[in-house]
Design a protein around this ligand. Structure first.
Ligand code: HEC
Ligand code: HEC
Length: 281
């Protein structure tokens, strides 16, 4: 039996926010100034006035951990990925560095524009897809599992090179059909609870759900280090958890549906800073 959405949401939400410091500003290492709140991108302006990073919804302690790389547990994975970047693997005897050189030079700005259209493959590529394409077809190495620790770490290393830059994914041209598909998914109610992403992250952000402070569900901070499972988590792993919470069948990480959803959700954060690896509860 389907519970009506209104009842379901009322059952899990408390109406008031208990978080005091929503005006805190995020500066990492005392030098990288992050935009965690800005005007909503034009395509969203009917639905939202402003877009907010998930960082603003976390407790003081969790916020602090992201303000200094020495306190950010996600940085351990970034260091590991920096070693992987230089490690020769696969049948071609190459490392990432063999072709791309220093990650700090070649990967600046890359995270900010993914997912993006790849002309040669004629497909929308997430960063994870691009990393695996290079591993498989350029190195002759095993693909990383789509939401694996190795993948999350490599995504984090590449994202760090764009920290503080505005997310700026394209939504038109060859990606438009995929973007529209992602938007449909975002607003489609699913599961026994009959909730869409928008039911929680557009209509109820700022409210408490169980013990959690609901954010806008942005992905500018991904991959995210979660204190709950003590590891870096990819966007698709998070989508999977959120869909499961509505008691719906979930799509697989790396599926066409989640790729479209990632493009759409990323575009809702256009203008926010790339923050990864961010820290969440
Ligand atoms: C043999 C050379 C080669 C190796 C080795 C290689 N790549 Fe690539 N990579 C490329 C080429 C060429 C492109 C751009 C063309 C394309 O779209 O395929 C690219 C594109 C990329 C991009 C997208 C950049 C952008 O501006 O959109 C990322 C990210 C990337 N590679 C990551 C990696 C990682 C991580 C590794 C190691 C696991 C790696 N690559 C190994 C050749 C290589
Ligand atoms: C029942 C309410 C609910 C629904 C429906 C829901 N989520 Fe969430 N989501 C949460 C809660 C609670 C959290 C953890 C607190 C937060 O960051 O908002 C969360 C967190 C997230 C985050 C992490 C944000 C960050 O900054 O770390 C993302 C991304 C996200 N959700 C995306 C989605 C997407 C995409 C959908 C639709 C497929 C969805 N959610 C559906 C409740 C929901």
């Amino acid at each position: 039996m389907k519970i009506k959405a209104v009842t379901a949401i009322a059952a899990v939400l408390l109406s008031t926010s208990v978080f005091a410091d929503e005006d805190a500003e995020l500066v990492v290492n005392g030098e990288i100034e992050m935009v965690t709140k800005t005007a909503a991108p034009a395509h969203l302006s009917d639905a939202l006035d402003e877009v907010l990073s998930g960082w603003r919804f976390r407790s003081d302690e969790t916020q602090l951990m992201q303000m200094d790389d020495f306190d950010n547990p996600g940085m351990v994975a970034v260091d590991a990925a920096a070693e992987a970047w230089d490690a020769v693997e696969g049948s071609e005897g190459k490392s990432c560095a063999s072709c791309h050189g220093d990650v700090a030079d070649s990967m600046v700005g890359v995270r900010a524009v993914y997912p993006k259209w790849n002309d040669a493959a004629e497909e929308v590529r997430t960063l994870a897809m691009q990393i695996n394409d290079c591993r498989e077809n350029k190195m002759g190495a095993e693909k990383y599992g789509y939401t694996s620790g190795d993948m999350a770490a490599m995504e984090a290393l590449i994202s760090v090179q764009s920290r503080g830059m505005p997310v700026n994914v394209a939504i038109d041209g060859p990606v438009q059909a995929t973007w529209e598909a992602g938007k449909d998914l975002y607003y489609t109610r699913t599961g026994q609870l009959d909730l869409s992403c928008a039911s929680c992250h557009e209509q109820n952000y700022g409210n408490m759900i169980r013990a959690d402070h609901l954010s806008q569900g942005q992905i500018n901070g991904f991959p995210v280090y979660r204190l709950k499972n003590a590891k870096l988590n990819t966007a698709h792993a998070r989508f999977k958890g959120c869909v499961r919470d509505t008691r719906a069948e979930t799509f697989k990480p790396g599926s066409a549906e989640f790729i479209a959803l990632e493009l759409y959700v990323a575009s809702r954060g256009n203008g926010l800073s790339v923050e990864a690896p961010s820290v969440r509860n």
